[in-house]
Design a protein around this ligand. Structure first.
Ligand SMILES: Cc1cc2nc3c(=O)[nH]c(=O)nc-3n(C[C@H](O)[C@H](O)[C@H](O)COP(=O)(O)OP(=O)(O)OC[C@H]3O[C@@H](n4cnc5c(N)ncnc54)[C@H](O)[C@@H]3O)c2cc1C
Length: 391
């Protein structure tokens, strides 16, 4: 972090302080709970793009920084959003589709979707996972069959679709060639979520909120221009767009640092027998251990980002930070809830500790050990590609 970047950090911190939407902080990445929250998140996304804090990795002709792009700026933005416990902008899936379009889309597709993503108006969801295809995504079964007019007829079921209930469009993977080896017969599409045959059913999670959905696709007809890139090239397109999501891990480390700070405060206010939890040596030892682990995570994240910015990233770098962040998050939340004692079961009213924050953190934390590749899959990659162990 140079002086110039620290100066940028001050600007971003000030911006986040002034513009972050007034939505109560929650653990993790969550969908809008109602139309008012959605409107606030759209404005937040628009403001971040307009100020140039978001979308820097886009080419200059589409409003990004072009060759002047610096990964550190994305890292700083993510960190400052996490530090303020402000919500993530609504555009997770839109970021993926934007990169798919920038790298593989036609000019008509770019001008149809990119401005709406920048203005926060168009909401996208990611229609990749299926009931039988998550870790092994390439085994997906949703079919897209070519029609005489060049369009496609799409049928299948998707699941865990974040923001599906709000999305205008879906970034979809479907099988176009059932005879080809499983990674080869997949194509990428943009589908209008309001098309006849699309049925979105929100799933209420144990946190009490509905952040993702089941999506049923029943003979959905799309025209030829819904296809991104060429037929059967969807696996490469999906992997390339996922590869643009590197800066997020730094914000996750800051998220845990904030939780450690809050944990100190919590231990200073809740009691264990006749004294504050913080006065108990066992509590202090555990706190120290968790704080040291979060510092180690931070160091690992910066080492990984430094390698990435030099083009020297190793296949196991991101899995190591993802694994450590998500497993540590579960441990911290579990310890916090333990400190809350019986009061940890209530989320409102006079007895609730920190307005139920720790229960929400505890219930959500496990989602991070699954989303974006489960802990077992991360361990497999580290073992096979990092340590050279046999499959
Ligand atoms: C909060 C959240 C948001 C999400 N949002 C989206 C979204 O917007 N769009 C989308 O498409 N998907 C989304 N997902 C889905 C996510 O990508 C999948 O949940 C993830 O890839 C795991 O797949 P699965 O749930 O099918 O589990 P499975 O792959 O069925 O795994 C089940 C268990 O088996 C283990 N396992 C599987 N394979 C192996 C192996 N080879 N070796 C060892 N263990 C293995 C896993 O670790 C896991 O414990 C989201 C998930 C979460 C939790």
């Amino acid at each position: 972090m140079t002086a110039e970047l620290e100066d940028y950090r001050r600007q971003v911190r000030d911006f986040v302080e002034r513009k972050a939407p007034p939505i109560a902080p929650k653990a993790g990445v969550r969908s809008a709970e109602n139309a008012d929250e959605l409107a606030l998140l759209k404005t937040w996304t628009r403001d971040l793009f307009a100020a140039g804090h978001y979308g820097g990795s886009w080419p200059a002709e589409y409003g990004g920084d072009g060759p002047g792009y610096r990964l550190e700026r994305d890292v700083i933005l993510g960190e400052e959003i996490a530090r303020r416990r402000a919500p993530a902008p609504v555009q997770g899936a839109a970021n993926l589709v934007a990169h798919a379009l920038i790298d593989f889309g036609t000019d008509a597709q770019k001008s149809a979707y990119l401005p709406g993503i920048r203005s926060g108006e168009l909401i996208f969801c990611q229609l990749f996972s299926e009931p039988g295809a998550g870790s092994d995504l390439a085994s997906l079964r949703t079919k897209a069959i070519r029609q005489d007019d060049g369009g496609f007829r799409i049928s299948g079921q998707k699941v865990w679709t974040t923001n599906g209930q709000w999305a205008d469009y879906g970034y979809l993977l479907a099988r176009t060639c059932p005879e080809a080896p499983k990674h080869k017969g997949i194509s990428a599409f943009i589908i209008d979520m309001r098309s006849p045959g699309v049925d979105v059913r929100p799933l209420r999670e144990m946190t009490g909120t509905a952040d993702f959905n089941e999506v049923f696709l029943d003979d959905v007809l799309v025209s030829a221009d819904a296809l991104i890139g060429t037929v059967d090239d969807g696996w490469r397109i999906a992997n390339s767009s996922l590869g643009h999501e590197r800066a997020g891990v730094a914000s996750n480390a800051v998220r845990l640092q904030r939780n450690i700070e809050a944990l100190y405060e919590l231990a200073g206010t809740v009691r264990r027998g006749d004294r504050f939890a913080l006065d108990d040596d066992a509590v202090r030892d555990r706190l120290g251990e968790l704080a040291a682990s979060v510092d180690a995570l931070s160091a690992l994240v910066y080492a990984s980002l430094t390698r990435a910015s030099r083009g020297e990233q190793r296949p196991h770098d991101a899995p190591m930070t993802k694994l450590m962040f998500s497993e540590l998050g579960v441990e911290i939340a579990a310890f916090a809830l333990e400190l809350c004692g019986e009061a940890g079961v209530v989320t409102g009213g006079a007895c609730a500790v920190d307005n139920g924050r720790w229960q929400d953190e505890f219930l959500y934390a496990r989602a991070y050990t699954i989303a974006g590749g489960s802990s077992e899959i991360m361990r497999n990659i580290i073992a096979e590609r990092g340590l050279g162990l046999p499959r």
